[in-house]
Design a protein around this ligand. Structure first.
Ligand code: ATP
Length: 508
């Protein structure tokens, strides 16, 4: 774990040094859990957004986009349940004075027990080799079964306590599981309290006339309240989806993991409206579709896994996370939720307006059911950044830090580098730059030795470096260096656009 913590620190400092992510208002020592994206971070973030948007909206004829306001009528949040129920159970350690989410402490305990099971499986796998039957082992090994039972018991008790709002039992569970403060080792816990995560502010000119409004804690409600506007204006037929990218705000209790958990972040959400009774089919469809999407990005498949929710949110009848192997372990990257007709029905009730659809195929009016896919853009950014970050030893004994970003996401697609600063090479290089820059984001660099310049491009993840040398002046060819294989190939300048285009196309 120490190594992993070290890795996260290296990533954070690399992200800052090269202009990917800065702490917010850093000259004032930053603002906890708020971050700014630098010039390269903004590029990477835009590529991620555009990849998601194109995959969801452009590639699905029955999904359309939307861009709604951050402020919404306050009744929205009453209807959605956020005013009353968007809480996290928090607990303090009396000795360390550190604050934790009770559900996270329990989840981490479960992960520890699960790790014991995984270790047992790995040991047996080693022992039995090819003949190992994992299913059977999991179903019969007494130690595995005992640990599984412990997990089930703890999870069920937690779920029941939360459902019954029995916060005293949540505390008792933490004590019974012998959970210690990860920082101090102390088991001296306060009571568990509920804490609402919405930020509020006031709208209106005078104190008397002011209304309390909230910064939206999710983008989804902007989609729900516009359901009929969109359906009518686009003449969409069910099943269809509405996608949106936008900021969301949550007053998170703990915010210690860089851009994984922020107080201001960006969500990419899609609400898919379906006929009642068909939601499980679409829930499975979107689970599969979304995992395939992640796998197309080009990060190794072992980094993703599904986690089915036991404790369902107040609006859901099924929910799963796609978890990613972050530097601090597997954590939620995206949620896929079957939200039933909860939100639309609530909005009908609170607004007094009908939010129904006439289905011509079955000749019926109904409130559609909803399957949602919801991913945090910043978490996706961290997943891509952390899995691309490599410290590499090279064959010649030297080492390099390289960001092996999928080429279509790289801030710069190529760098144009004149071998020397004289003999007309910079002019030739500039001509090449001019011929490419309308199509791709290209960096020009003539400072320092060519080796140093390659390293700089490696560190920011530029997939291709184009070197202009003396031969280029005579035969109009250049060398392309591949960031990952380090291979150098001689190509015609006239072919550069096609070559870069092919290698940096998004995998839609
Ligand atoms: P967690 O359990 O980690 O708090 P959540 O289950 O509350 O997350 P959702 O409400 O399902 O998260 O939000 C959908 C997505 O939004 C999450 O999968 C995550 O990628 C992103 N997200 C949620 N909260 C944050 C945050 N504080 N900072 C960054 N991204 C977030």
């Amino acid at each position: 774990m120490a190594n992993q913590e070290d890795l996260l620190k290296q990533i954070i400092s690399h992200a800052k040094e090269y202009g990917f992510v800065f702490p917010s208002s850093e000259i004032y020592d930053g603002l906890s859990a708020v971050y700014d994206y630098g010039p390269l971070g903004a590029e990477l973030k835009n590529h991620l957004k555009s990849y998601w948007w194109k995959s969801m909206v452009q590639m699905h004829e029955n999904v359309v986009g939307l861009d709604t306001a951050i402020f919404m009528h306050p009744t929205t949040w009453k209807a959605s349940g956020h005013t009353d129920a968007f809480n996290d159970p928090l607990i303090d350690n009396k000795d360390s004075k550190k604050r934790y989410r009770a559900d996270v402490l329990i989840e981490e305990w479960v992960n520890k027990i699960q790790a014991k099971i995984d270790k047992e499986v790995a040991k047996a796998e080693n022992r039995f080799g090819e003949s190992f039957d994992k299913e059977q082992f999991l179903a019969t090994n007494p130690r595995v079964l005992a640990n599984k039972e412990k997990i089930d018991e703890a999870e069920n008790r937690f779920k029941n306590a939360m459902d019954n709002e029995d916060l005293a039992d949540v505390r008792q569970l933490i004590i019974d599981l012998d959970i210690a403060d990860p920082v101090s080792g102390s088991k001296n816990w306060t009571d568990v309290r509920q804490f609402n995560l919405m930020f509020s502010t006031e709208i209106g000119a005078t104190a008397e006339g002011a209304t309390t409004v909230y910064l939206r804690p999710e983008t989804a409600q902007g989609i729900f309240v516009n359901f009929l506007n969109v359906q009518k204006t686009t003449r969409m037929k069910i099943p269809f989806g509405i996608a949106q990218i936008g900021k969301a705000f949550r007053n998170e209790i703990i915010a210690r993991q860089f851009i994984f958990r922020m107080r201001e972040f960006e969500q990419m959400e899609m609400q898919f409206f379906v006929r009642p009774g068909e939601e499980m089919k679409w829930y499975e469809f979107w689970k599969t579709e979304r995992l395939k999407w992640h796998e197309r990005i080009g990060i190794a498949k072992e980094n993703y896994r599904f986690h089915d929710h036991l404790k369902l949110a107040h609006y859901a009848n099924a929910a799963a996370d796609i978890e990613f192997n972050f530097p601090f372990g597997f954590k939620e990257l995206e949620g896929i939720h079957s939200r039933t007709d909860f939100d639309l029905k609530q909005h009908e009730e609170h607004s007094g307006k009908k939010l129904q659809y006439f289905d011509p195929e079955i000749n019926k009016n109904y409130v559609p059911f909803v399957v949602e896919t919801s991913i945090g853009l910043d978490r996706l950014f961290l997943a891509v950044l952390s899995s691309s970050f490599k410290n590499e030893e090279l064959e010649d004994g030297s080492s390099r830090v390289v960001l092996k970003l999928p080429a279509f996401l790289a801030p710069y697609k190529a760098a144009v580098l004149p071998l020397t600063k004289k003999d007309g090479l910079p002019e030739k290089a500039r001509q090449i730059m001019t011929s490419l820059k309308a199509k791709f984001n290209i960096q020009y660099d003539e400072k320092d030795s060519i080796g140093k310049r390659y390293r700089r491009q490696d560190a920011i993840g530029t997939p291709f470096s184009i070197t202009v040398d003396h031969d280029s002046l005579n035969d109009n060819t250049v060398t392309i260096r591949d960031r990952d294989s380090l291979e150098q190939t001689r190509v015609k300048i006239a072919d550069l656009v096609t070559i870069i285009q092919e290698k940096t196309e998004a995998p839609l």
